[in-house]
Design a protein around this ligand. Sequence first.
Ligand SMILES: Nc1nc2c(ncn2[C@@H]2O[C@H](COP(=O)(O)OP(=O)(O)OP(=O)(O)O)[C@@H](O)[C@H]2O)c(=O)[nH]1
Ligand SMILES: [Mg+2]
Length: 319
Amino acid sequence: MGNRGMEDLIPLVNRLQDAFSAIGQNADLDLPQIAVVGGQSAGKSSVLENFVGRDFLPRGSGIVTRRPLVLQLVNATTEYAEFLHCKGKKFTDFEEVRLEIEAETDRVTGTNKGISPVPINLRVYSPHVLNLTLVDLPGMTKVPVGDQPPDIEFQIRDMLMQFVTKENCLILAVSPANSDLANSDALKVAKEVDPQGQRTIGVITKLDLMDEGTDARDVLENKLLPLRRGYIGVVNRSQKDIDGKKDITAALAAERKFFLSHPSYRHLADRMGTPYLQKVLNQMEFCSCCPGWSTMVRSRLTATCASWIQAILLPRPPK
Ligand SMILES: Nc1nc2c(ncn2[C@@H]2O[C@H](COP(=O)(O)OP(=O)(O)OP(=O)(O)O)[C@@H](O)[C@H]2O)c(=O)[nH]1
Ligand SMILES: [Mg+2]
């Protein structure tokens, strides 16, 4: 089964999952997922949001993401979002989606920086997305603030582990360029759960914020702390850009210009940036040239679909 097979399979899985929930049954299936891990404020939500091409994720300084967000992207002719906790309500204004994520986060964690491992489930239907499941996670942190428990470091770690230990989870290990990569929480966790680096991609954010005279060329050329699948550099919107409501199209154009004009990255420009990261993820998930991860995911999905169809078709025993 090649590229198309997997793309056809995921909508089928979604429909079967919906059919099961409609009859009150929980179809437990580990769909392929892409999760972001990294330290607090590394730029994880910013990276994910760019994949959707809409402003809808809470981003900012301090601890922002405080519950896992399981974001299922569904390729469809119209664009809207739907939360599992208010099924049937269609959100067409993405500003409202962001407000709902914030309200639903506060509902479980309170408003004073608390955290919770209970995920928020959101589906985004759009003609501009591929069928992917993304998971936005709280950033790793060490010192408790506000209502955070004394063992915040370990609670967040446990939360991440629930996702990234799964073999079908592709890990985006996000590290900011303006702090030393040797201290990267993202790389530490990724190495632990995926020592061979089969399903880890390094993402370097904040390249625009490096001190003058320094650059991340060695990292991006995969020479400093090599990863099997290497690193992709991105430039997300700064806090000033967010406050000034810079839109995603302008941000992507600025990112492209940054790589093309930077003397240390110009030679790598075609392998850097958000669109390239998206392309790589799509290839990894759907192509048959990544032995291991994609083969395992495809065969697991096919087997699950077959067993579900069997369960639906088999006559129920008389009561
Ligand atoms: N200049 C610049 N700022 C960035 C970049 N990436 C993220 N930021 C800023 O960094 C801050 C944190 O970004 P988020 O995307 O919320 O980071 P996060 O990792 O999701 O944060 P938590 O959910 O709190 O762990 C925001 O103010 C962003 O504007 C980047 O590449 N360049
Ligand atoms: Mg976040």
